[in-house]
Every structure is written in structure tokens, then in C-alpha cells.
Write a protein that binds this ligand. Structure first.
Ligand code: ZN
Length: 157
């Protein structure tokens, strides 16, 4: 999410989608997206009006959800908007460097691909009892850079 100052929406005012978007410096499609994600509108009547105070409250809640630490064995699914378990207990870890990488798993509930940064050292604590497939991206590049001679040596030994 883009950095937004929710206080730009005044607590005692109601805004149309366009007005709120202008106030916060985002596209009105972004505001429409928030409405779909649960930002409360004052009523179903057109035009849609959003109360400043309700926006601030909703925004604070979203921030909290995004920061909520995952329990072991769970990942955050952006489609379900909650913590879910990886389908079939399978997680893929791709190293981006020696210490950290990206976890990838499929949401058990909605089949959406979930992504999360993780530290290699924390992997087994983060995903206990799960089947973690580890891909070492950097070393694969090294292997490709130095072809067959190394492999032949290891195979012969
Ligand atoms: Zn999901």
C-alpha cells in the first residue's frame, strides 16, 4: 500500500470517492478498491459517501492487519484477507541471499498464491512440520556460470 496520511481526511466530513481520492492523493480506483475491501460507506445511496472518521478507523485497522505477525505454519492471504494455512502443507522457499528469501505457498482456502519474506534461519520455526522446498537462487547462478568441469569432478569423487 502506498504511504498515505489518513488524517488528511477530516473526521467530521463526508467525502465522495473522488473527493477522498483527491484529499489523500490517490486514484479514485484505489478508493473504490478500499470500498470493495470493506471500507464502510455512509449508505448505499449514490453518490457513495465516506465519512472521514470511519475512513481513519478503517485505515488504522488495515494497518494493524498488515503488521500482525503470522502464527507458525500460517501465511497472510491477500484475497482472504486473513492468515491461512498453506495448501497440502507445502511451502516453497527461494533464497534471495544467504540469509533471507521469499516463501511461496498456495492458500488452502482460495488457491491464491501467497508470498512472504522470510529468514532462512527462522524457516523451521515459521513453518513447523511443513514440507519446505528450498530453492537457492544465487547458487544456481553460480553453477551456471561455471559449467561442467566442477560437476565432473564431484561425480567422479
Ligand atoms: Zn486465500
Amino acid at each position: 500500500m502506498k504511504r498515505i496520511n489518513p488524517r488528511l481526511a477530516k473526521k467530521h466530513r463526508a467525502y465522495t470517492v473522488q473527493e477522498l481520492a483527491e484529499k489523500l492523493g490517490v486514484h479514485k480506483h484505489t478508493v473504490r478498491g478500499w470500498l470493495k475491501k470493506g471500507l464502510p460507506a455512509i449508505s448505499d445511496a449514490k453518490p457513495t459517501l465516506i465519512h472521514g472518521a470511519q475512513f481513519q478507523e478503517w485505515w488504522a485497522k488495515q494497518r494493524k492487519v498488515a503488521k500482525r505477525p503470522c502464527k507458525p505454519g500460517q501465511m497472510y492471504c491477500f484475497k482472504c484477507r486473513e492468515l491461512t494455512r498453506p495448501a497440502l502443507g507445502m511451502v516453497e522457499y527461494t533464497a534471495t541471499n544467504a540469509a533471507t528469501g521469499n516463501l511461496k505457498a498456495i492458500c488452502e482456502t482460495c488457491d491464491t498464491m501467497m508470498h512472504q519474506r522470510a529468514r532462512l534461519a527462522n524457516l523451521s520455526a515459521r513453518m513447523p512440520g511443513l514440507d519446505i522446498q528450498i530453492t537457492q537462487a544465487p547458487s544456481r547462478i553460480v553453477e551456471r556460470a561455471r559449467p561442467s568441469s566442477n560437476c565432473a569432478k564431484t561425480e567422479g569423487a
